[in-house]
Design a protein around this ligand. Structure first.
Ligand code: VLZ
Length: 134
């Protein structure tokens, strides 16, 4: 039985989101607003199918995928760079590799205790976020 990420999750802490946004080339004004946000994630997991809705007061982002199936991401509302993404399991971690103009771009989700973790990577920057069940 794989881990179940399904649920509604609220951000409780975030480290180096600023560095991640800088690596993505997000402008100063947007970063200023974005770093204060407390996004909520609604994750739906059914077998190999996932959807992740990230909502905030400022911008929101939706992604849908199946494990092992490459899909195109537009990163609309974020940096708008298109990339080819694929999500796979690494033991109990959900690992997304986002291939495009930016090196080492991707994210990893895992659960520890009652917390949902998210590591966002771009180039040399790593942002770590922790979410708690709503
Ligand atoms: O999450 O890649 O859960 O897409 C934050 C919106 C969304 C705030 C960040 C506005 C998406 C920021 C992070 C404006 C620059 C992400 C994946 C993993 C699913």
């Amino acid at each position: 039985m794989p881990v179940d990420f399904s649920g509604t999750w609220n951000l409780v802490c975030s480290d180096n989101f600023e560095g991640y946004m800088l690596a993505l080339g997000i402008d100063f004004a947007t970063r200023k607003i974005a770093k204060r946000l407390k996004p909520q994630k609604v994750i739906e997991q059914e077998g190999d199918s996932f959807s992740i809705q990230t909502t905030s007061a400022f911008r929101s982002y939706f992604v849908q995928f199946k494990i092992g199936e490459e899909f195109e991401e537009d990163n609309k509302g974020l940096d708008h760079r298109k990339c080819k993404s694929v999500v796979t399991w690494d033991n109990d971690k959900l690992v997304c590799v986002q291939t495009g103009d930016k090196k080492n771009r991707g994210w990893t989700h895992w659960i520890e205790g009652d917390q949902l973790y998210l590591e966002l990577c771009c180039e040399e920057q790593v942002c770590t976020q922790i979410y708690k069940s709503a």
